[in-house]
Write a protein that binds this ligand. Structure first.
Ligand SMILES: [Zn+2]
Length: 415
Protein backbone atom coordinates (compact mmCIF):
# COMPACT_ATOMS: atom_id res chain seq x y z
CA UNK A 1 0.00 0.00 0.00
CA UNK A 2 2.50 2.58 -1.22
CA UNK A 3 -0.18 5.14 -0.79
CA UNK A 4 1.31 8.64 -0.53
CA UNK A 5 3.07 8.19 -3.88
CA UNK A 6 0.17 6.62 -5.73
CA UNK A 7 -1.13 8.53 -8.73
CA UNK A 8 -4.50 9.33 -7.15
CA UNK A 9 -2.86 11.05 -4.19
CA UNK A 10 -0.42 12.88 -6.49
CA UNK A 11 -3.39 14.25 -8.48
CA UNK A 12 -4.98 15.46 -5.26
CA UNK A 13 -1.79 17.34 -4.36
CA UNK A 14 -1.97 19.13 -7.73
CA UNK A 15 -5.57 20.17 -7.14
CA UNK A 16 -4.91 21.30 -3.58
CA UNK A 17 -3.12 24.55 -4.46
CA UNK A 18 -5.73 25.95 -6.90
CA UNK A 19 -8.42 25.00 -4.37
CA UNK A 20 -6.65 26.99 -1.62
CA UNK A 21 -6.38 29.94 -4.04
CA UNK A 22 -10.08 29.70 -4.82
CA UNK A 23 -10.89 29.86 -1.10
CA UNK A 24 -8.66 32.93 -0.63
CA UNK A 25 -10.22 34.65 -3.66
CA UNK A 26 -13.62 34.26 -2.04
CA UNK A 27 -13.83 36.86 0.77
CA UNK A 28 -15.66 35.50 3.81
CA UNK A 29 -16.03 37.80 6.78
CA UNK A 30 -17.98 36.28 9.68
CA UNK A 31 -21.62 36.07 8.59
CA UNK A 32 -20.62 35.97 4.92
CA UNK A 33 -19.08 32.51 4.52
CA UNK A 34 -21.72 31.08 2.15
CA UNK A 35 -19.61 31.07 -1.03
CA UNK A 36 -16.68 29.42 0.73
CA UNK A 37 -19.10 26.85 2.20
CA UNK A 38 -20.36 26.13 -1.33
CA UNK A 39 -16.80 25.53 -2.55
CA UNK A 40 -15.93 23.24 0.35
CA UNK A 41 -19.15 21.25 0.06
CA UNK A 42 -18.75 20.86 -3.71
CA UNK A 43 -15.24 19.51 -3.22
CA UNK A 44 -16.33 16.98 -0.60
CA UNK A 45 -19.16 15.87 -2.88
CA UNK A 46 -16.83 15.60 -5.87
CA UNK A 47 -14.57 13.43 -3.70
CA UNK A 48 -17.57 11.24 -2.90
CA UNK A 49 -17.08 11.08 0.87
CA UNK A 50 -19.77 9.05 2.65
CA UNK A 51 -21.88 11.99 3.86
CA UNK A 52 -21.59 15.74 3.40
CA UNK A 53 -23.98 18.55 4.17
CA UNK A 54 -24.36 22.12 5.38
CA UNK A 55 -26.00 22.47 8.79
CA UNK A 56 -28.57 25.10 9.81
CA UNK A 57 -25.93 27.62 10.87
CA UNK A 58 -23.90 27.17 7.69
CA UNK A 59 -21.09 24.86 8.83
CA UNK A 60 -19.92 22.30 6.25
CA UNK A 61 -19.60 18.75 7.53
CA UNK A 62 -18.25 15.67 5.80
CA UNK A 63 -18.05 12.15 7.20
CA UNK A 64 -16.12 9.02 6.30
CA UNK A 65 -17.49 6.15 8.30
CA UNK A 66 -15.12 3.71 9.89
CA UNK A 67 -15.79 0.28 11.27
CA UNK A 68 -14.23 -1.08 14.39
CA UNK A 69 -12.90 0.05 17.71
CA UNK A 70 -10.71 2.94 16.56
CA UNK A 71 -11.25 6.48 17.79
CA UNK A 72 -13.52 8.93 15.97
CA UNK A 73 -11.57 11.96 14.79
CA UNK A 74 -12.87 15.50 14.26
CA UNK A 75 -10.93 17.58 11.74
CA UNK A 76 -11.80 21.23 12.16
CA UNK A 77 -11.20 24.54 10.46
CA UNK A 78 -13.00 27.85 10.14
CA UNK A 79 -14.18 29.50 6.92
CA UNK A 80 -14.25 33.12 8.08
CA UNK A 81 -11.40 35.60 7.89
CA UNK A 82 -10.76 38.96 9.50
CA UNK A 83 -11.15 42.10 7.33
CA UNK A 84 -8.16 43.07 5.17
CA UNK A 85 -7.79 46.50 6.80
CA UNK A 86 -6.05 49.21 4.77
CA UNK A 87 -5.64 47.88 1.23
CA UNK A 88 -2.64 50.11 0.42
CA UNK A 89 -0.63 48.34 3.12
CA UNK A 90 -0.82 45.05 1.18
CA UNK A 91 2.04 44.42 -1.22
CA UNK A 92 -0.03 41.61 -2.76
CA UNK A 93 -3.76 42.28 -3.05
CA UNK A 94 -5.50 40.48 -0.15
CA UNK A 95 -7.93 38.47 -2.30
CA UNK A 96 -5.72 37.85 -5.35
CA UNK A 97 -4.09 34.70 -3.94
CA UNK A 98 -0.84 35.50 -5.79
CA UNK A 99 1.85 32.83 -5.81
CA UNK A 100 5.31 34.34 -6.29
CA UNK A 101 8.37 32.70 -7.85
CA UNK A 102 9.48 31.41 -4.43
CA UNK A 103 6.23 29.46 -4.06
CA UNK A 104 4.73 31.82 -1.48
CA UNK A 105 0.95 32.09 -1.52
CA UNK A 106 -0.21 35.52 -0.39
CA UNK A 107 -3.53 36.77 0.85
CA UNK A 108 -6.08 37.20 3.62
CA UNK A 109 -6.79 33.79 5.07
CA UNK A 110 -3.77 32.09 3.50
CA UNK A 111 -2.30 31.33 6.94
CA UNK A 112 -5.45 31.80 9.06
CA UNK A 113 -6.73 29.47 7.81
CA UNK A 114 -7.90 28.79 4.30
CA UNK A 115 -4.55 27.13 3.54
CA UNK A 116 -5.00 24.73 6.46
CA UNK A 117 -8.66 24.25 5.60
CA UNK A 118 -7.78 23.27 2.02
CA UNK A 119 -5.20 20.81 3.34
CA UNK A 120 -7.82 19.26 5.64
CA UNK A 121 -10.32 18.87 2.78
CA UNK A 122 -7.68 17.15 0.69
CA UNK A 123 -6.50 14.96 3.57
CA UNK A 124 -10.12 13.81 3.81
CA UNK A 125 -10.20 13.07 0.07
CA UNK A 126 -6.86 11.25 0.33
CA UNK A 127 -8.26 9.03 3.09
CA UNK A 128 -11.20 8.22 0.83
CA UNK A 129 -8.75 7.30 -1.92
CA UNK A 130 -6.78 5.12 0.47
CA UNK A 131 -9.93 3.41 1.71
CA UNK A 132 -10.96 2.73 -1.89
CA UNK A 133 -7.60 1.03 -2.32
CA UNK A 134 -8.12 -1.26 0.64
CA UNK A 135 -7.17 0.66 3.77
CA UNK A 136 -9.66 -0.13 6.52
CA UNK A 137 -10.74 2.76 8.76
CA UNK A 138 -11.32 1.67 12.35
CA UNK A 139 -13.18 4.87 13.33
CA UNK A 140 -15.08 7.78 11.79
CA UNK A 141 -13.36 10.81 10.27
CA UNK A 142 -15.54 13.89 10.65
CA UNK A 143 -14.49 16.95 8.70
CA UNK A 144 -15.94 20.30 9.76
CA UNK A 145 -15.55 23.81 8.36
CA UNK A 146 -17.28 26.21 10.73
CA UNK A 147 -18.57 29.77 10.55
CA UNK A 148 -17.91 32.63 12.98
CA UNK A 149 -14.58 31.67 14.54
CA UNK A 150 -12.95 35.08 14.27
CA UNK A 151 -15.70 36.74 16.32
CA UNK A 152 -14.38 34.75 19.32
CA UNK A 153 -17.78 33.61 20.60
CA UNK A 154 -17.45 30.13 19.02
CA UNK A 155 -20.91 30.44 17.43
CA UNK A 156 -20.30 27.94 14.60
CA UNK A 157 -18.34 25.53 16.80
CA UNK A 158 -21.01 25.49 19.54
CA UNK A 159 -23.66 24.70 16.95
CA UNK A 160 -21.55 21.93 15.43
CA UNK A 161 -20.80 20.20 18.72
CA UNK A 162 -24.14 20.77 20.45
CA UNK A 163 -26.59 20.27 17.56
CA UNK A 164 -25.28 19.09 14.21
CA UNK A 165 -23.07 16.18 15.29
CA UNK A 166 -25.33 14.84 18.08
CA UNK A 167 -28.35 15.01 15.70
CA UNK A 168 -26.60 12.43 13.50
CA UNK A 169 -25.27 10.47 16.48
CA UNK A 170 -21.72 11.49 15.61
CA UNK A 171 -19.20 11.83 18.40
CA UNK A 172 -15.45 12.33 18.48
CA UNK A 173 -12.59 11.26 20.75
CA UNK A 174 -9.91 13.62 19.48
CA UNK A 175 -9.95 16.89 17.56
CA UNK A 176 -7.44 18.53 15.21
CA UNK A 177 -7.50 22.20 14.17
CA UNK A 178 -5.57 23.26 11.07
CA UNK A 179 -4.83 26.68 12.57
CA UNK A 180 -1.36 28.16 11.92
CA UNK A 181 1.12 26.72 14.45
CA UNK A 182 4.47 27.13 12.66
CA UNK A 183 4.57 23.34 12.31
CA UNK A 184 4.27 22.69 16.03
CA UNK A 185 1.63 20.44 17.59
CA UNK A 186 -0.18 23.00 19.73
CA UNK A 187 -1.77 21.77 22.93
CA UNK A 188 -3.64 24.75 24.30
CA UNK A 189 -3.90 28.45 24.99
CA UNK A 190 -4.83 30.87 27.74
CA UNK A 191 -8.49 31.65 28.22
CA UNK A 192 -9.87 34.94 27.02
CA UNK A 193 -12.79 36.90 28.33
CA UNK A 194 -13.97 40.36 27.33
CA UNK A 195 -15.35 42.16 30.36
CA UNK A 196 -17.52 45.20 30.11
CA UNK A 197 -17.04 47.57 33.05
CA UNK A 198 -19.48 50.44 33.46
CA UNK A 199 -19.44 53.37 35.84
CA UNK A 200 -22.61 55.42 36.29
CA UNK A 201 -23.00 59.12 37.05
CA UNK A 202 -25.48 61.92 36.57
CA UNK A 203 -25.70 64.34 33.66
CA UNK A 204 -25.44 68.10 34.16
CA UNK A 205 -24.41 71.12 32.11
CA UNK A 206 -20.62 71.03 31.97
CA UNK A 207 -20.46 74.70 32.96
CA UNK A 208 -21.49 73.50 36.43
CA UNK A 209 -19.90 70.06 36.84
CA UNK A 210 -20.69 70.02 40.58
CA UNK A 211 -24.35 69.57 39.66
CA UNK A 212 -23.61 66.16 38.09
CA UNK A 213 -21.54 63.06 38.70
CA UNK A 214 -18.96 62.48 35.96
CA UNK A 215 -18.89 58.79 35.04
CA UNK A 216 -15.43 59.23 33.45
CA UNK A 217 -14.01 60.51 36.73
CA UNK A 218 -15.50 57.46 38.47
CA UNK A 219 -13.69 55.21 35.98
CA UNK A 220 -10.27 56.67 36.88
CA UNK A 221 -9.71 54.58 40.04
CA UNK A 222 -10.93 51.47 38.15
CA UNK A 223 -8.33 52.02 35.42
CA UNK A 224 -5.65 52.61 38.06
CA UNK A 225 -6.58 49.37 39.80
CA UNK A 226 -6.56 47.40 36.52
CA UNK A 227 -3.13 48.60 35.45
CA UNK A 228 -1.39 49.08 38.80
CA UNK A 229 -2.92 46.45 41.10
CA UNK A 230 -4.43 43.60 39.07
CA UNK A 231 -1.95 43.45 36.16
CA UNK A 232 1.20 42.95 38.26
CA UNK A 233 -0.46 40.35 40.50
CA UNK A 234 -1.55 37.87 37.82
CA UNK A 235 -0.26 34.28 37.78
CA UNK A 236 1.98 32.69 35.17
CA UNK A 237 2.34 29.19 33.73
CA UNK A 238 5.51 27.64 32.27
CA UNK A 239 3.63 26.36 29.20
CA UNK A 240 0.85 28.84 28.48
CA UNK A 241 2.59 31.99 29.68
CA UNK A 242 1.32 34.81 31.87
CA UNK A 243 -2.26 35.82 32.60
CA UNK A 244 -2.74 39.36 31.38
CA UNK A 245 -5.21 42.19 31.66
CA UNK A 246 -5.50 45.30 29.56
CA UNK A 247 -8.09 47.84 28.43
CA UNK A 248 -8.94 47.95 24.72
CA UNK A 249 -11.77 50.47 24.51
CA UNK A 250 -13.18 53.45 26.39
CA UNK A 251 -16.50 55.09 25.54
CA UNK A 252 -18.88 57.42 27.33
CA UNK A 253 -22.43 58.63 26.99
CA UNK A 254 -23.98 60.92 25.98
CA UNK A 255 -20.49 61.82 24.70
CA UNK A 256 -21.60 65.28 23.61
CA UNK A 257 -19.89 68.57 24.31
CA UNK A 258 -21.15 70.55 27.31
CA UNK A 259 -22.74 67.50 28.95
CA UNK A 260 -21.32 65.69 31.98
CA UNK A 261 -21.41 61.99 30.95
CA UNK A 262 -23.54 59.69 33.09
CA UNK A 263 -22.08 56.47 31.65
CA UNK A 264 -18.50 55.40 31.05
CA UNK A 265 -17.79 51.97 29.65
CA UNK A 266 -14.47 50.17 29.17
CA UNK A 267 -13.65 46.85 27.52
CA UNK A 268 -11.23 44.79 29.54
CA UNK A 269 -9.32 42.02 27.74
CA UNK A 270 -8.39 39.40 30.31
CA UNK A 271 -6.34 36.32 29.37
CA UNK A 272 -6.34 33.64 32.01
CA UNK A 273 -4.91 30.25 32.89
CA UNK A 274 -6.66 26.92 33.52
CA UNK A 275 -7.47 27.11 37.25
CA UNK A 276 -8.67 30.70 37.03
CA UNK A 277 -12.38 31.09 36.32
CA UNK A 278 -14.48 33.84 34.80
CA UNK A 279 -16.60 33.85 37.99
CA UNK A 280 -13.49 34.61 40.07
CA UNK A 281 -12.35 37.28 37.63
CA UNK A 282 -15.74 39.02 37.90
CA UNK A 283 -15.72 38.58 41.70
CA UNK A 284 -12.37 40.41 41.85
CA UNK A 285 -13.98 43.37 40.08
CA UNK A 286 -16.91 43.32 42.52
CA UNK A 287 -14.47 43.34 45.46
CA UNK A 288 -12.68 46.32 43.90
CA UNK A 289 -16.01 48.15 43.46
CA UNK A 290 -16.85 47.50 47.16
CA UNK A 291 -13.56 49.09 48.23
CA UNK A 292 -14.13 52.11 45.98
CA UNK A 293 -17.72 52.52 47.16
CA UNK A 294 -16.52 52.51 50.78
CA UNK A 295 -14.40 55.58 49.99
CA UNK A 296 -16.86 57.30 47.64
CA UNK A 297 -20.62 57.04 48.19
CA UNK A 298 -21.26 58.30 44.62
CA UNK A 299 -19.32 55.40 43.10
CA UNK A 300 -21.56 53.03 41.09
CA UNK A 301 -20.12 50.37 38.79
CA UNK A 302 -20.81 46.97 37.29
CA UNK A 303 -18.79 44.30 35.48
CA UNK A 304 -20.10 41.61 33.14
CA UNK A 305 -18.97 39.39 30.29
CA UNK A 306 -19.62 41.07 26.94
CA UNK A 307 -22.35 39.41 24.90
CA UNK A 308 -23.12 39.94 21.22
CA UNK A 309 -25.96 39.01 18.93
CA UNK A 310 -24.43 37.18 16.00
CA UNK A 311 -26.20 36.19 12.83
CA UNK A 312 -24.97 33.47 10.50
CA UNK A 313 -25.30 33.70 6.71
CA UNK A 314 -28.18 31.24 6.94
CA UNK A 315 -30.08 33.71 9.13
CA UNK A 316 -29.69 31.91 12.45
CA UNK A 317 -29.25 34.37 15.31
CA UNK A 318 -27.75 33.66 18.70
CA UNK A 319 -26.49 35.65 21.64
CA UNK A 320 -22.92 34.62 22.38
CA UNK A 321 -20.58 35.43 25.22
CA UNK A 322 -17.21 36.85 24.28
CA UNK A 323 -15.16 34.26 26.06
CA UNK A 324 -13.02 31.25 25.32
CA UNK A 325 -11.92 29.04 28.19
CA UNK A 326 -8.28 28.14 28.75
CA UNK A 327 -7.17 24.65 27.73
CA UNK A 328 -3.97 22.66 28.00
CA UNK A 329 -3.84 19.06 26.82
CA UNK A 330 -1.27 16.95 28.66
CA UNK A 331 1.91 16.17 26.75
CA UNK A 332 1.49 12.62 28.07
CA UNK A 333 -1.93 12.17 26.46
CA UNK A 334 -1.98 9.02 24.28
CA UNK A 335 -3.32 10.96 21.25
CA UNK A 336 -0.52 13.51 21.60
CA UNK A 337 2.05 10.72 21.66
CA UNK A 338 0.46 9.06 18.61
CA UNK A 339 0.41 12.40 16.76
CA UNK A 340 4.14 12.79 17.47
CA UNK A 341 4.69 9.23 16.22
CA UNK A 342 2.77 10.05 13.04
CA UNK A 343 5.18 12.93 12.41
CA UNK A 344 8.12 10.59 12.94
CA UNK A 345 6.45 8.15 10.47
CA UNK A 346 6.91 10.78 7.73
CA UNK A 347 10.38 11.81 8.79
CA UNK A 348 9.52 14.92 10.76
CA UNK A 349 10.74 15.98 14.17
CA UNK A 350 7.62 16.53 16.31
CA UNK A 351 7.63 19.71 18.36
CA UNK A 352 4.98 20.70 20.89
CA UNK A 353 3.72 24.25 21.37
CA UNK A 354 0.87 26.53 22.43
CA UNK A 355 -1.26 29.17 20.71
CA UNK A 356 -0.85 32.84 21.56
CA UNK A 357 -4.37 33.71 20.43
CA UNK A 358 -7.64 31.86 20.98
CA UNK A 359 -9.08 29.13 18.74
CA UNK A 360 -12.18 26.93 18.66
CA UNK A 361 -10.31 24.19 20.56
CA UNK A 362 -11.43 26.18 23.60
CA UNK A 363 -14.80 24.44 23.16
CA UNK A 364 -13.64 20.90 22.35
CA UNK A 365 -10.83 20.81 24.94
CA UNK A 366 -11.68 23.64 27.36
CA UNK A 367 -15.39 22.84 27.75
CA UNK A 368 -15.90 19.29 26.44
CA UNK A 369 -12.58 17.88 27.68
CA UNK A 370 -11.75 16.19 24.37
CA UNK A 371 -8.00 16.02 23.59
CA UNK A 372 -7.44 18.69 20.93
CA UNK A 373 -4.38 19.68 18.94
CA UNK A 374 -3.59 22.41 16.45
CA UNK A 375 -1.28 21.77 13.52
CA UNK A 376 -0.25 23.62 10.38
CA UNK A 377 3.07 24.76 9.00
CA UNK A 378 1.69 28.29 8.46
CA UNK A 379 3.06 31.07 10.66
CA UNK A 380 0.75 32.12 13.50
CA UNK A 381 2.37 35.56 13.74
CA UNK A 382 1.25 36.38 10.15
CA UNK A 383 -2.43 35.87 11.00
CA UNK A 384 -4.47 39.09 10.78
CA UNK A 385 -1.54 41.05 9.22
CA UNK A 386 -1.12 42.64 5.76
CA UNK A 387 1.83 40.28 5.16
CA UNK A 388 -0.30 37.17 5.60
CA UNK A 389 1.02 34.28 3.51
CA UNK A 390 1.74 30.58 3.45
CA UNK A 391 3.65 28.46 0.95
CA UNK A 392 2.69 25.87 -1.64
CA UNK A 393 5.04 23.52 0.19
CA UNK A 394 3.16 24.06 3.46
CA UNK A 395 -0.20 23.20 1.87
CA UNK A 396 1.12 19.86 0.64
CA UNK A 397 3.11 19.17 3.78
CA UNK A 398 0.05 19.85 6.00
CA UNK A 399 -2.05 17.49 3.91
CA UNK A 400 0.65 14.81 4.24
CA UNK A 401 0.82 15.34 8.01
CA UNK A 402 -2.95 14.92 8.38
CA UNK A 403 -2.93 11.78 6.22
CA UNK A 404 -0.11 10.40 8.39
CA UNK A 405 -2.02 11.20 11.60
CA UNK A 406 -5.28 9.69 10.35
CA UNK A 407 -3.52 6.62 8.98
CA UNK A 408 -1.77 6.03 12.29
CA UNK A 409 -4.91 6.55 14.41
CA UNK A 410 -7.44 4.78 12.20
CA UNK A 411 -5.78 2.85 9.47
CA UNK A 412 -5.63 -0.92 9.41
CA UNK A 413 -4.57 -2.94 6.38
CA UNK A 414 -7.54 -4.87 4.97
CA UNK A 415 -7.60 -8.51 5.98
ZN1 LIG B 1 -7.89 31.02 12.80
Amino acid sequence: LDAPHSSGIQDLKKDLVPFAQELIRTPSLPGDEEKVADLVLARLQAGDVDESWVDEIGNVIGVMRGEGSGPNVLLNGHMDVVPPGQLEKWEHAPFAADIDSAGTLHGRGSADMKGGLASLVFAMLAMKELRDRGLKLTGDIIFSAVVHEETAGMLGMHYLCEHSLPARKLGFDVCYLAEPTNGRINLGHRGKVEILVRTRGKTAHSSSPWMGVNAIEKMVPVLEAVFQEIAPSLPSDPELGRSTITVTKVVCEPGALSIIPDLCEISVDRRYLPGETVEEILADFEAMFDRLRAKDPDFAASASVRTMMERSYTGLEREVQKQRPAWNVSKENAFVRETCNAMIDIGREPELGYFRGGVDGALTAGVMGVPTMGYSGADESLAHTEEEHTTVKTLVSDMEAYVAILTRLLGAAAA
